[in-house]
Each structure stands twice: as structure tokens, then as C-alpha cells.
Design a protein around this ligand. Sequence first.
Ligand code: ZN
Length: 430
Amino acid sequence: METFLPSYTSLEELREIQLKGLQWSVQHAYHGSEVYRQKFDKAGIAPADIKDLDDLRKLPLSSSQDLAEGYPFPFLSVPIDEVVRLHTSSGTTGKRKVLCYTKKDIEDWTHFFARCFEVGGLSTEDRIQICVGYGLWTAGIGFQLACEKFGAMAVPVGPGNLEMQMEFLMDFESTVICCTASMGLLLAEEVERKGLRDRVSLKKMIYGSERSSDAMRQRIKSILGLSDMYDIPGMTELYGPGTGMECSMHEGMHYWADYYILEIIDPETLLPVPNGEIGEMVVSTLQKEAVPLIRYRTRDISYIIKEPCPCGLLIPRHGRLLGRTDDMFIIRGVNIFPSQIDSVLREQDGIGSEYQVYLDRSKEGKDSITLRIESASGSDASADYETIESLRHMFKNKLFVTPQIEMVEYGTLPRSERKTQRVFDRRSGE
Ligand code: ZN
């Protein structure tokens, strides 16, 4: 089978690849994009100043704000006739981000995305049902080209349409499904409801684009009888999905450090955090032609895993995404990421996988937090007094806040095919 794994054989060799790539990218961006040139000039740094990898920190940060201000093509660094495709973000939080690709960018993306399937232990025998968005979004076509490059069979259904998904799962005997975790849960519950478990051949799920709780993943895995599930990271600005992949150890995600450098910074001070600590992911591309990213703030929260992976791959790892810098909320002076709520909930028996967080402020200005949690499937929500007490105790000890807890019947909280909103901050208009 053709391999898509990186060709370097030592971390030293990887660093050489990174330095060469960074020097090329800075040079390329400086000469190709007026916006980059002005940013670098303002910071007093020229391409020739990048002599080793530590010089990366001298470069100015960039962000989605740069993309919005220079809409539509601020970072475009090649003549536009070399662009073969563009994608945009959904634009739910402001102006759409528009990203362009040269022929080589598409080839590179396809190549390292095929690597994801290899790291996930797939084979050319696999039939991959792709249930993510096509069109302007990067997801669908990214999965599809990579699947074909890898040599497996693509079943390009797109998102939603549960009926058709079920039909194809059975008729085409798909072995792998690619979707958001919410969509995965919807499908799993439909399979369970219709009693079709024995008629689907699914073995693996590749899911991404939103956070998901352990309980939710466990439930999907057990209903569908999957052998494994893999988290896949990705963002439109950085090609799209497939910029890394969880391996079967499930101890973080391998990321393609031969295509981009990952830094973790403190989102408040903007300084790099000590190796291994949590902060905002900042990426610099090494080969991207049309729209190179130089120290681009992703707003995603994670951390670098220092230890080598027990799977033996010589590919660096970062932790699971812990949310977005914008998802972090502060309650009574405590910074909380939704992923910390997941980690408390997963230690409690007798509860379901869905939850909601409500933040309120009283007339006196006192903040309160309420968690709405589903009881486990089949259990009686009115008999949950002990569960509630135990959860309150755990939250107090681990997150230093004591929430109000409301238990609701299993299946009553919304599940959506796209991203599920779980935090509702009702404190505005104070
Ligand atoms: Zn690994």
C-alpha cells in the first residue's frame, strides 16, 4: 500500500524541514502580499532575519481580523491566475473568511489528508461514507479527494438526510463514517431505534469540527459496535480538515509538523506558554502557496504533548481541542472551558451524554451557573438526588464553583446535525 507518512527519520531532520519551510514562507508572504509586507515592516523584521526556528517569535501574529479587514483576499501571495479554487468559512461570527488554493496547495492537502486514513488504520478495502458539508465548505471535498488518493471508496452523501444515510449504510455496506460527533449520535440513535445494528457494517468513525464528551463517544461506539473512533482536527484557514489525526492510542492528535509549525500562546499576554501548558494554538504554514499563514491565531485551545507517542510514530502531538478562546467563560472570577465540565461529568455514573450550561446574573449582580443534565437512558430523573449532590461536590472541588443542577429525562436536550450549542450566557444587559 502506498504510504503518506512523512519522510523524515529524526526530529532534527524535521526541524531542518521546518526552518527551510518557514524561511520560504516568510519570503513568499513578504513579496506576495501587501498586507504581510506592511505587518513585517511595522514589526521591523525582514525575511533574511529568520535564521533559526526561534526567530519565529519575532514575527507578528496574524488573526481572523486581518482576514476580515482585507476581505476578500488579504493574504493572497500568488497571482490570482494561479488560484484553482477558493473556500469560505460559514461566516456565522462575522465576515466570511475566504481562502484560496493553488494546484500544489490542493495536492499537498490531499496528500496529508490521506495520511489521516493511514494513521487511522484504514485500508483500500474500506468504504467511506462522507457525511459532512460539500460546496463552499472545506470538509466534504477534503475527505473525498483524500479518500480517493488513499484508494478507498468514497460514498459522498453530505450532511443530514438520515433516511438516505441509513439506506446507504446498509446497501453499500459502508465501513467508515466521517461526520460531526452530533451527527454520529443522531445516526447511532436512529440505528438503535430501528433495530438495524446487525444490518450495518460500520467499523470506524472519523469525527471532528466540534467538541464531544467521552460519554457521547462511548454511546456512539457501543450502539454502532465500532472498533474505534478517531478525532480529526481542521480549520478552513489551514487548508481544511485533515491537518492531523488521532491514532489508536487516543492520547492526543498527531499533527503534520512537516506542513505547519504549531505554537501555544497565552491568549491574554500573547507570549508562548511553557511547553506542555494549555493555551491558544498559533500556526505557521511551511508550504502553503496561495494563502500562507504566518503565526495565525486559531482561537482553538489545546496544548503540546511532549512525550513520544506509544504508537511509535515520529510525529508530534497536541492534545484534544479544549474549546475556543471565545468559549471560555468567567464565573465568579474563575476561568472555565466547557471541556472541564465534560471531564467532571464523565466521572459520574447515572447521567446521559448531553448537557447545557446557563449563566445568569441576579439583580444584585451575583452570578450563578446552572447545569441541565440528562439522566442516563432508562433511569428515573426524579430519583437523582444523590447524583445531583455528588456532582455539586465534584464541581466545587475541581472547578471551584457550585452549580445549580437540573436533571431532565434522557433524550430531552437538543441534538443537532451540526454544531450543538451548550453554553448560554444570559448575563448581558446588566
Ligand atoms: Zn500515536
